[in-house]
Design a protein around this ligand. Structure first.
Ligand code: SF4
Length: 164
């Protein structure tokens, strides 16, 4: 039973970011995961129906957990509230994890969806702050280990811990 890994589509070279670009990771471990058939790719924001390109969005005065708890919102630059889209995207990512029995994810750092250690602070001024995105918050609530593209080795260790 091969352990699969959920991975941000932008890290796999897909041009799904808000600016129409990708964040391709070039790493032998990731290449091995691909050849082993472990990767399940997802872009929560695009899965939720958001366009490419789209306006940048940030969580205002909170993090993925406060968004899930209905305490704070995700706002696009300009003020449009997109909280529901971000929660929908997180739910789709969680469904994929359930479908493929996924317990490990590697997601793109600092995104309001995918950030696992940092997010932007909601002021649209380029300031990063410790925090997690909406998808990461939902996955962690369901026991899924989430790593960033800077922690590929740790993710690989998690894949090879125990059977599979
Ligand atoms: Fe990448 Fe996640 Fe942003 Fe999609 S939502 S572009 S997968 S960081």
């Amino acid at each position: 039973n091969l352990k699969k890994v959920l991975m941000s589509a932008c890290l796999l070279g897909k041009k799904v970011r808000y600016d129409g670009g990708s964040l391709s990771v070039h790493d032998q471990l990731v290449e091995r995961w691909v050849s082993e058939g472990r990767i399940v790719s997802v872009c929560p924001e695009v899965e939720a129906g958001m366009s490419i390109p789209r306006k940048p969005a940030e969580i205002v005065q909170g993090n993925g957990n406060t968004v899930l708890d209905g305490e704070t919102d995700v706002i696009e630059k300009g003020g449009n509230v997109v909280t529901d889209d971000f929660i929908a995207g997180a739910s789709i990512a969680l469904e994929l994890c359930k479908k493929f029995n996924i317990e490990i994810a590697v997601l793109a750092e600092s995104s309001p969806s995918c950030g696992s250690s940092f997010i932007y602070d909601g002021s649209f001024s380029g300031n990063r702050t410790p925090g997690i995105g909406v998808t990461v918050a939902l996955l962690r609530r369901h026991g899924i280990q989430v790593f960033s593209q800077h922690e590929i080795k740790d993710a690989d260790k998690a894949i090879h811990a125990g059977p599979g």
